[in-house]
Design a protein. Structure first.
Length: 608
C-alpha cells in the first residue's frame, strides 16, 4: 500500500464512509458494518449525492441484514473506483487531487521520490512519460470492514429462532463475503467458533495458486497467545490470517480489552522474535488443510504485523516500524478531529478539540460489560444524567444489537434499556442492601448507555438526515491520546504530522505511548484492587484465591514490562527521541507510583 498507516474502525458511524474521503489518496481505512440500518441509510444518502440508483431494502425482506451490507459495500467500491479513474485523468497542476495523492506520501516512499523528480523535469516527452507512469501508480486505499465477533445476537421471527446463519455476526460476514470488494475483514472482540466455521463457506477467502485472495482475514489481537490460538483454529479450516493487528489493551478508543498486565512493547517484541516461527507453524497447518480441500498453491502467502493504540507522533510511528519490524501502524482517535476523514457533528467536534485529559475516561458504560472509553462532554452522557434526574433511567431499545441479558426475561434484552434498568433497580431495592451499597449498585446499573443509537447520531446530525423522533444524543469513544490534540485539523495536516513533515504536538507535555499505557494499566489495577477490597468489607468470606493470584500476576507482568523498557532505553541510541531524558523521567515517576500497589497486594496476601 502507498502509506505506512491506516485509519482503524472508529465507532459505528465515525468511519462508516471514511473510504469515500481518503481511499482516493491511497489511505486504507476500516468501516464498521455491524449496523445494517446505518449502512442502508448511508447507501441512500450517497446514492442521492452521486446520482446513483437506489432501491430500498426493507428490514422485513428476506436476508435483509446481509443484503443491505452487500449493497452498501458495493456502492463504496463503485464510488471509490470512479474517484480513482477521475484522479488519473487529472493534470499535475497544483491543487489537483492527483498532486495531493503524491504530496500526502511519506518522503521516503519510492512514488514520492519519482514525483519530486517529475516536478523538476522540463515539459517534454521525458516528463510526459514519467507523469503517465505516476498516474499508473495511483492506487485506492483498502476498504476494509470490521466485525466484532462477540456481537452475535440470535434473531427471531414471531418467536421462531432464525438459525445460526442469521445471527448478527454471521449475517454481517455474509454481507461482506457477497460484496464485490477485494479487501479484508478485521475480526475483533474475541473468538467466535461459529463465525470462524462460517468463513469456510465462502470461496473468496481461499487463495488462487499464487496465494492471491479476493478477501483476506485480519485478526485484531492484544497478545501473542490469543493470536496463535485463533490463527491455528483458522488454519485448520484452510483459512489464512493475512495480518495480525495488535492493539494496546487500554491505550485505544472504543471497547478496551485489557490484558493481564502485558504491555505493548513486550508484546510487540514477542511477535518480532517469533514472527518466522509463527509463520512456519501456521503454514504447515494451513497447507495440510488446503490439501484436504483439494486446493493447490505454489506460493506461500504473506503475513503482516501491524500495531495501533495511542500513537501520537512521527517519532513513535517510526520507532514502532523500525524497532519491531512492523508493516504499518494504525492512527485512530486523532482523525476524529479531521472533518475531511471522519463524521463528527460540530458540537461534539468543538468539545473534543477543547477537551483535557480528565474528559476522557475508561467507563462501564457499554451494555456488553466490557470497559469502554468514554467522553464526559458527550451529549449522550448529558442525556443519561438528565434521565436519571427525571427518575427515568435507561434508553428506548430500538435496534437491539447489544441484547445479551436474560436475568428478567426469556429473550435477551439490553442492559442500557429502560426496561432492564427499571427491573434491575426494583430488584435491588427489594434486596435489603445498606443505603450506600444500594446507591453504588444502582449507579452501576444506570451507567450503561445506548451505543446503537449514540454512535450513529453524529453522522445523521452532520449530514442533516436525522429523523424527527430520533435522539440527538451523541456517544463517542476516543482513546485517551486524543487529549493531546487541541484543534480541528485538515487531512494534509494530520498526514504530514504522521510522516514528520510538521509537528502538531510541538511544546505539548505528553508521555510517550508506552508510558501512557503503563499509567493506564496502573490505574486499572488500582481500581481492580480497590473493588476487591470493597467486596471484602461487605463479605469477608468472599476471599477468592483465583482473584488474588490474578492481581499478583497482573502486577508481576507490569514490573516485567518496566524492566523491558529500561533495557530498551539502555540499548537505544542517545538521540532516540521517543526515550528522551524527559520520557525516562516520566517512566521512573510512573514506576514510583507502583509502591502503593505493592503495599495493597501485601495486605491482600495476608488475608485468609
Amino acid at each position: 500500500m502507498p502509506h505506512t498507516f491506516h485509519i482503524p474502525v472508529l465507532g459505528l458511524a465515525y468511519s462508516i464512509d471514511t473510504p469515500l474521503k481518503v481511499a482516493k489518496f491511497g489511505i486504507s481505512s476500516v468501516v464498521s458494518i455491524v449496523d445494517d440500518e446505518l449502512c442502508e441509510r448511508m447507501r441512500k444518502y450517497h446514492s442521492d449525492l452521486n446520482n446513483e440508483p437506489y432501491v430500498t431494502i426493507h428490514k422485513s425482506e428476506t436476508d435483509s441484514r446481509a443484503r443491505r451490507i452487500t449493497a452498501y459495500l458495493n456502492l463504496l467500491k463503485k464510488l471509490v473506483d470512479n474517484q480513482i479513474e477521475s484522479i488519473k485523468k487529472q493534470t499535475f497542476d497544483k491543487g489537483t487531487e492527483l498532486c495531493s495523492y503524491f504530496e500526502f506520501l511519506d518522503e521516503n516512499s519510492i512514488q514520492k521520490k519519482f514525483y519530486n523528480v517529475m516536478l523538476n523535469l522540463p515539459f517534454g516527452r521525458k516528463r510526459d512519460a514519467l507523469e503517465n507512469q505516476l498516474r499508473n501508480e495511483v492506487k485506492a486505499g483498502s476498504i476494509d470492514v470490521n466485525i466484532m465477533a462477540k456481537v452475535d445476537k440470535v434473531n427471531f421471527a414471531d418467536s421462531l429462532n432464525l438459525g445460526n446463519e442469521n445471527t448478527d455476526a454471521l449475517a454481517t460476514l455474509r454481507g461482506f463475503a457477497n460484496s464485490e470488494l477485494q479487501s479484508s475483514v478485521v475480526i475483533s472482540a474475541g473468538l467466535n467458533p461459529r463465525l470462524y466455521s462460517y468463513i469456510e463457506d465462502f470461496a473468496d477467502f481461499y487463495p488462487d495458486a499464487e496465494s492471491n485472495f479476493s478477501k483476506k482475514i485480519i485478526l485484531k489481537v492484544s497478545d501473542y497467545r490469543s493470536a496463535l490460538i485463533q490463527a491455528k483454529m483458522l488454519a485448520k479450516k484452510g483459512l489464512w490470517v493475512s495480518e495480525f493487528r495488535i492493539e494496546s489493551g487500554l491505550n485505544c478508543g472504543g471497547h478496551a480489552f485489557a490484558t493481564e498486565g502485558f504491555l505493548l512493547g513486550p508484546i510487540l517484541q514477542e511477535f518480532k522474535e517469533n514472527r518466522a516461527i509463527l509463520m512456519e507453524e501456521l503454514w504447515a497447518i494451513y497447507l495440510s488443510a488446503l490439501n484436504q480441500k483439494n486446493i493447490d498453491i505454489i506460493t506461500k502467502p504473506t503475513q503482516k504485523i501491524t500495531a495501533q493504540g495511542g500513537i501520537g507522533t512521527s517519532d513513535e510511528h517510526n520507532y514502532l516500524m523500525q524497532t519491531y519490524g512492523l508493516d504499518a501502524a494504525g492512527w485512530g482517535s486523532p482523525f476524529l478531529l479531521v472533518e475531511e476523514a471522519t463524521n463528527v457533528d460540530e458540537e461534539t467536534l468543538t468539545n473534543l478539540a477543547e477537551a483535557t485529559e480528565s474528559d476522557f475516561y475508561l467507563s462501564n458504560s457499554s451494555p456488553l460489560g466490557i470497559p469502554f472509553n468514554n467522553f464526559k462532554k458527550s451529549t449522550a452522557e448529558k442525556e443519561r444524567l438528565h434521565r436519571i434526574s427525571k427518575n427515568r433511567p435507561g434508553s428506548p431499545c430500538t435496534k437491539k444489537y447489544l441484547c445479551t441479558n436474560t436475568e428478567f426475561t426469556e429473550q435477551p434484552i439490553c442492559t442500557a434499556s429502560r426496561q432492564y434498568q427499571n427491573l434491575k433497580i426494583k430488584a435491588l431495592k427489594a434486596s435489603a442492601l445498606a443505603e450506600n451499597e444500594l446507591k453504588k449498585q444502582i449507579d452501576l446499573v444506570t451507567e450503561k448507555v445506548c451505543l446503537c443509537e449514540g454512535l450513529c447520531s453524529s453522522i445523521y446530525i452532520k449530514d442533516e438526515i436525522l429523523k424527527s423522533k430520533e435522539s440527538r444524543a451523541v456517544s463517542i469513544c476516543p482513546g485517551p491520546n486524543l487529549a493531546y490534540f487541541s484543534k480541528k485539523y485538515s487531512l494534509k495536516e494530520m498526514v504530514d504530522h504522521i510522516y514528520g513533515k510538521t509537528n502538531l504536538l510541538e511544546n505539548v507535555n505528553r508521555p510517550n505511548l508506552f508510558v501512557k499505557e503503563l499509567r493506564l494499566y496502573i490505574d486499572y489495577l488500582k481500581k481492580d484492587i480497590q473493588g476487591f477490597n470493597d467486596e471484602l468489607k461487605i463479605n469477608i468470606n468472599c476471599i477468592n484465591q483465583k482473584k488474588k493470584n490474578y492481581l499478583n500476576k497482573f502486577h508481576s507482568q507490569l514490573m516485567k514490562g518496566i524492566d523491558f523498557y529500561r533495557e530498551s532505553i539502555q540499548k537505544a541510541d542517545c538521540d532516540l527521541k521517543i526515550w528522551s531524558e524527559e520520557q525516562v523521567r516520566l517512566l521512573e515517576e510512573t514506576v514510583f507510583s507502583i509502591n502503593a500497589i505493592n503495599t495493597q497486594l501485601l495486605i491482600l496476601s495476608q488475608t485468609k
